[in-house]
Design a protein around this ligand. Structure first.
Ligand code: NI
Length: 252
């Protein structure tokens, strides 16, 4: 029923019940999960999870918060894992000027390097962009990358349309259910369902009425209901089309 395009089950928030939780997902209608990496260690853990469960696939990559851990040797080590069968994307990569946990120049440098990597291996990218919409867009444009998803999209309607024109998907998650959500609500209304992926970003960003609690993929149904409500269509249609979108993008 559901294609979860973004979750972090390697996170320590799941240390106590990871196995039982993941094993409960199939009967909850979670058909596929993209387990998204955020640094070198989590790339390895993501691959382990993907190898353990048939319905979990994974990405490899280093989040802008963590790029200070990278050097050329470590980067080449990470790249060598791309040949593994369950690796279906590079991410999450991008720019984060909100926290600016690492210097902007370094973020840009490793963002570009990781986009090149995705092109080399012909995999889609999972993009993290926070308060950096224009720089993210410009760097992607320059890289001529054409496959990927802008995760937890927070930009304007106009920019979403520019991304879609270039073949990208827009990731819609828990923020669309928040009471103060304005921009993402407009975006969901304005863009075609054929360009939307659903995501929880678990353990973060739990949708209303779970805001602030630990998130997990069973809460996708609240996001699906929200999209259905905004578009005036049935939740079943949202689940079906976003699943097709996910299978297509990640070539599963
Ligand atoms: Ni994430």
């Amino acid at each position: 029923m559901y294609f979860e395009s973004h979750a972090h089950y390697d996170d320590e928030a799941f240390d106590e019940d990871r196995e039982s939780l993941i094993e409960s997902f199939k009967k909850e209608g979670i058909d596929y999960i993209i387990q998204v990496a955020g640094d070198i260690l989590s790339s390895k853990k993501s691959l382990e999870l993907a190898n353990k469960y048939d319905f979990i696939y994974c990405s490899l990559g280093v989040h802008p918060h963590e790029v200070e851990e990278l050097d050329e040797v470590k980067f080449n080590d990470l790249k060598s894992l791309t040949k593994e069968k369950k690796v279906v994307a590079i991410g999450e990569i991008g720019l984060d000027y909100h926290y600016e946990n690492s210097p902007k120049d370094l973020q840009k440098y490793w963002f570009k390097k990781q986009l090149e990597w995705a092109k080399e291996v012909d995999l889609p990218v999972i993009i993290h962009s926070r308060e950096a919409s224009q720089d993210t867009f410009d760097i992607m444009e320059e890289s001529k990358i054409t496959k990927g998803v802008i995760h937890c999209y927070s930009g304007s309607v106009e920019m979403a349309k520019e991304y879609i024109k270039r073949g990208f998907y827009i990731g819609v998650g828990g923020t669309s259910t928040f009471k103060n959500a304005k921009r993402i609500v407009e975006v969901v209304k304005e863009i075609p369902l054929s360009s939307i992926l659903i995501e929880t970003d678990s353990p973060y960003l739990a949708p209303t009425p779970f805001r602030g609690k630990r998130n997990d993929s069973t809460k996708l149904k609240y996001i699906v209901e929200r999209i259905a409500q905004l578009k005036g269509i049935l939740p079943e249609e949202v689940a079906k089309v976003t699943k097709e979108n996910g299978l297509k993008l990640f070539e599963i």
